[in-house]
Design a protein around this ligand. Sequence first.
Ligand SMILES: *Cc1c(COP(=O)(O)O)cnc(C)c1O
Length: 385
Amino acid sequence: MIPYGRQSISEEDIQAVVDVLKSDFLTQGPATRRFEEALEEACDVPHAIAVNSATSALHIGCLALGVGAGDLVWTTPTSFVASSNCALYCGADIDFVDIDPKTFNLSPQKLEEKLKQAKAKGRLPKLVIPVHLTGQPCDMAAIHALGQAYGFAIMEDASHCIGGKYKGVPIGACEYSDITVFSFHPVKIVTTAEGGACTTQDKGLAEKLKMLRTHGITRDETLMTEASHGPWYYQQTMLGYNYRMTELQAALGVSQMQRVHEFVARRHELAARYETLLADLPLDRPYQHPDSYSGYHLYVIQPHFDKLSKTHKQVFEELRAEGLGVNLHYIPIHTQPYYKGLGFKDGDFPAAEDYYAKSISIPLYHAMTEAQQDEVTAILKRVLT
Ligand SMILES: *Cc1c(COP(=O)(O)O)cnc(C)c1O
């Protein structure tokens, strides 16, 4: 089976983890800080806060931005459920903005229309979470301008996009947002097995995020409500969690981050190769906006089902039977039974539902060989023609 995504682990990565096991710290020590520094450098941002998953990063990101009961958070329906669950963890209400049919990202036009209606009803969102789907950055300048006009915060879910750029600036720099979140799950571009991070330009947000990942506790006297009682003293001033990253994960992350540009460059090479290899097949290849340098976490094709005698499901099953680990990113979140229980229904976000009905993620990962890519092409040819 050729998977749709796979981690690349080098001998140096393995040695980095083994070295940590022989060191004094197994959790949140010097390797965690080194990993954060690697993220700060790659993203050109003053603050990175590493945690145990992107899900945790999204949760504490919402909390640091003050999202709570009665607040409204908007995101895209075409994402992993974690992008919207984070608002529900905080007791906030969630709603969605439909996608742009070309980029598959949250549509700034639909966002503006929805904001106008929300303003008339007197219920504007406190936070909007754009997701850089497949690694292609959203139209952040447009979303940011709407944020200024309507007064909402912005948290980028960049789980697909480490190493990507928007208008030449690294994703994670937070040029158009308050916080950016990354995932380091093994299928993503850079891995720490499980792991995530928040980046921000704002020192106050960074301090809150650091406290929220470790029980709401601080040892920094400048953040305490009274003078320290002594060297043992710490204060809990908010309700936080244990979302710490281990040193094993962080050491793997430091080692992986040395290759982030190589990882993304190789994904671009493979994507460019697909452009030629798939050019004559009855399918749409992923559109790339000129402002975007994608992280290329995923390569999503849309076969021309109106001209094929097979359904989406049949094509999917035949590709799997031929040994292609194709997948589908994503089932629209609002159609999940849990979300239907909150009042959403089929038909609420037609562009996201149309995308779901047509899309297939085909293999793309750093360690993929050209021979494997030729095999993927041959299988697609057999199944689609
Ligand atoms: C993978 C992913 C997440 C969750 O990441 P974890 O690190 O597994 O918690 C969130 N959002 C998106 C868009 C993702 O792809």
